[in-house]
Design a protein around this ligand. Structure first.
Ligand code: PLP
Length: 400
């Protein structure tokens, strides 16, 4: 890897800058003890400055003092098409298949309100991203989980028999796929997606494929778009992407869907138009354009390399120092999903107490149980390596 062009070595001070990550402690009764600084390792955003081409594009636009009604620029669509071709090897994507979404969860909500009714079952691969569960709750749909399992090489895998059985038993017609998978960090291989899609097809299910993490694969891993595995998948899948995870833009809002099937597009548009809320913000449009650029790409590839190093460090450290804590090494995302059951049992410490102890020394990690498992913790590694090292040093000295 060439010398770093961008700064991933210094922690960004986000205090007073509208950052949930540093303003909230996500666990009741937990407090940071005196003498420890706060290391935000929970909500999925990053503690790095974004690619410089993004503030450049946004500030460039704000310097023109009119912010009236607008239509998305052709450049917006061209950037997405070029990005999808270059990063994900997508062919044949046209402007009409792309649609703005206020958020990936907003798009999911639109899809489930279009294709299911309150009380209907929806299938997720579990452990499952808690945002999905929030959307299910808000729309009164029923969550059915098909559990992933760890194979003999400690790799999370889909239990295809279970998936097929759960779909049949519960008469499911709508499934959610997350690729790469949060919180397990799997970058699904083509054969795995093909096999899942065969099951969805055989059971005539519509599939919502959340690919918000698609740009954040670690070195050596390539994202495979779910829609690309077959002609059937191209039409069966509503795919949702965003520059928000990639470039730390969640506060600006702005995702997009790819839907190839014209009928699905029409039905989705009707539901989303009915809310009156699903409109692009001019600054988030410029942020996307700034991100999906040559500078954005160079920044992203350095970032992926930084994450590869952080993940390697953290997994090695856990293996060498935290006996009874298990983790499957992620292939994408910047999240670790720890299973602490064995450690808790061996040391007579509850998972609640363990979470509090970590937060006590300033490591603001996240209860993993709502995602899945009985003794799980989710950790965000999107910080400079030295800060990640500091966090793990504290955990070793004071917690585990
Ligand atoms: C898998 C997944 N989907 C969706 C989201 C949220 O997306 P949005 O903010 O666009 O609704 C997240 C955020 O962490 C996520 O991890």
């Amino acid at each position: 890897m060439a010398e770093m062009k961008f700064d991933f070595e210094h922690a960004l001070d986000r205090v007073g800058k509208d950052a949930l990550a540093v303003e909230t402690i996500p666990f009741e009764g937990a407090e940071i003890q005196e003498g420890f600084s706060r290391i935000p390792m929970w909500v999925a955003d990053m503690n790095f400055a974004t690619a410089p081409s993004i503030p450049e594009a946004v500030i460039g636009r704000t310097s023109h003092p009119a912010y009236g009604y607008f239509v998305p620029r052709k450049e917006y669509y061209d950037c997405i098409i070029r990005w999808q071709e270059k990063r994900n090897k997508v062919t044949g994507l046209t402007e009409e298949a792309i649609g703005y979404e206020n958020g990936v969860l907003g798009c999911l909500s639109t899809a489930i309100r279009t294709y299911t009714k309150p009380g209907d079952p929806i299938l997720f691969l579990s452990p499952v991203y808690i945002g999905f569960l929030g959307t299910m709750n808000a729309t009164d749909r029923k969550v059915i989980r098909s559990e992933l399992f760890l194979d003999e090489n400690n790799v999370w895998r889909i239990d295809y028999e279970d998936l097929d059985r759960k779909i049949k038993e519960n008469h499911i017609r709508f499934c959610v796929f997350c690729s790469p998978h949060n919180p397990c960090g799997r970058v699904w291989e083509r054969w795995e997606i093909e096999k899942a899609m065969e099951i969805y097809k055989a059971n005539d299910c519509l599939v919502f494929s959340d690919e918000i993490w698609s740009d954040l694969t670690l070195d050596g891993y390539q994202h495979i778009p779910t829609q690309s595995v077959s002609e059937d998948a191209r039409h069966r899948v509503i795919a949702c992407y965003a520059p928000s995870k990639t470039f730390n833009l969640a506060g600006l809002i702005g995702s997009y869907h790819i839907i190839y099937d014209p009928e699905i597009r029409k039905q989705m548009k009707k539901t989303s138009d009915a809310t009156g809320y699903n409109h692009m913000n001019v600054l988030s449009m410029y942020a996307l354009i700034g991100g999906f650029s040559e500078t954005g790409e160079a920044w992203l590839d350095e970032l992926r390399h930084v994450f590869t190093g952080n993940v390697q460090f953290a997994c090695d450290f856990i293996e060498q120092n935290f006996k009874g804590v298990h983790v499957a090494k992620p292939q994408g995302t910047y999240m670790l999903f720890l299973d602490c059951r064995e450690w808790c049992e061996a040391n007579g410490v509850t998972i609640e107490e363990l979470i509090r102890r970590g937060i006590g020394v300033g490591v603001i990690w996240q209860d993993g149980r709502p995602f899945g498992g009985t003794h799980t913790i989710r950790m965000n590694l999107a910080l400079p390596l030295t800060v990640v090292q500091e966090a793990f040093g504290r955990l070793k000295e004071h917690v585990f």
